[in-house]
Design a binder for this molecule. Structure first.
Ligand code: M6R
Length: 355
């Protein structure tokens, strides 16, 4: 893989995201026909680790809120210690960029053994030849192209695109959305690549924010609803590429104790949905942001009209595609400001064959 005009693979892969979304939405090989029909699915379970786990949390939100299917997510690394109780007519989705992560493979094999074939297992990977893809009952590739940087970026976006596809697929079957509504969502999905390109144009602003955080040791990220997993994912990107102690919280939950952590040295990044009209989520985030700044800590608003990083207006349901980009760019530029080898951060490899 060539770097072309980019200095690092992480940056190149961040910039590939509009194309990844475009391709994911129009990929004729995304054969949802391999899936059981809605009348055969009483529950969906999702297993994954790290960034793929965060994509799974967005997937859970979509499958429950858009398609109305009860959905559980568990970190595959905890699954053997705490397997899901037995359920009927369950579709298990095993999500792994590499398709080789040992914890994910072991969890999938345990389900296979204990369910005696009663579960349908779908692998969602970026490598159709991988162990997870070949051992599952069926596979849908996210087809993001090779990801070289240790930090997952474009594969997260490709996993998101797939979960939107799955949620709309089952929502259509369950008649949770009318033909007209689906047409509306499809039009908005089609607009996403151009909107992500607009977000990428703010790289210089984000680099300046990163420079101002060069000596920051702890960062708090806040999100709510579909953007809560984005706070977790942003924090993971910051931890692994910049070695910052970054924690993601659901905005409301942050008030139940963790807010005591804050002092003037700890800024918070608040992810505020920037849809045309102010949503309940935006109100919730802004209220928490106000409380934090009245306590004397800095708040960096991502999205919303008074934001440090202004995002194009977008329905909240689709906003993860836009919100993830500044968080990835922030992690990238903070790593560069700290002269960290951003494509190969210390102590981690692209995937863990065994834990
Ligand atoms: O290949 P996988 O998606 O199974 O990998 C899971 C995690 O190890 C991975 O997402 C890890 O957290 C990345 N370094 C995140 O950038």
């Amino acid at each position: 893989m060539a770097l072309q005009k980019f200095q690092h693979f992480m940056l190149k892969e961040i910039y590939e995201q509009p194309e990844v979304i475009r391709h994911s939405l129009n990929d004729p090989n995304k054969a949802f026909q391999v899936l059981p029909t809605l009348d055969q699915v009483e529950e969906i379970q999702i297993l994954a680790c790290g960034t793929s786990f965060h994509a799974g949390l967005v997937g859970q939100f979509l499958l429950e809120q858009v398609a109305g299917i009860p959905t559980r997510v568990r970190s595959a690394s905890e699954f053997l210690a705490a397997p899901f109780p037995r359920t009927r007519n369950t579709l298990l989705m095993v999500v792994s960029q590499s398709g080789e992560t040992a914890d994910v493979l072991a969890a999938m094999q345990a389900v296979k053994q204990s369910s005696g074939g009663a579960f349908k297992i779908l692998a969602i990977t970026n490598n159709s030849q991988s162990s997870i893809a070949t051992e599952a009952d069926c596979e849908i590739s996210v087809a993001a192209g090779v990801e070289t940087s240790v930090a997952a970026t474009k594969t997260f976006t490709a996993q998101l695109a797939l979960f939107y596809g799955l949620a709309f697929f089952y929502a259509r079957q369950g008649q949770h959305l009318s033909h007209e509504q689906l047409k509306g969502w499809n039009a908005q999905l089609d607009a996403l690549p151009a909107q992500v390109e607009k977000v990428l144009q703010q790289e210089a602003t984000i680099a300046a924010i990163a420079a101002s955080l060069k000596d920051t040791k702890t960062l708090i990220l806040l999100g709510t609803g579909i953007n809560y997993p984005l706070a977790l994912e942003g924090a993971l990107k910051l931890k692994e590429t910049t070695y910052t102690h970054a924690e993601g919280y659901a905005a409301g939950e942050f008030l139940h104790g963790p807010i005591a952590l804050l002092d003037q040295t700890i800024p918070a990044i608040a992810i505020c949905p920037s849809q045309p009209s102010r949503s309940a989520s935006a109100e919730r985030i802004l209220k928490v942001a106000q409380k934090i700044s009245s306590n004397g800590s800095d708040v960096i608003l991502l999205g919303g009209s008074d934001a440090a990083i202004v995002l194009p207006p977008c329905e909240e349901l689709l906003s993860p595609f836009l919100n993830i980009v500044p968080l990835q760019l922030l992690a990238y530029h903070l790593a560069i400001a700290r002269t960290i080898d951003v494509d190969r951060p210390r102590n981690i490899t692209k995937f863990l064959k065994s834990s």
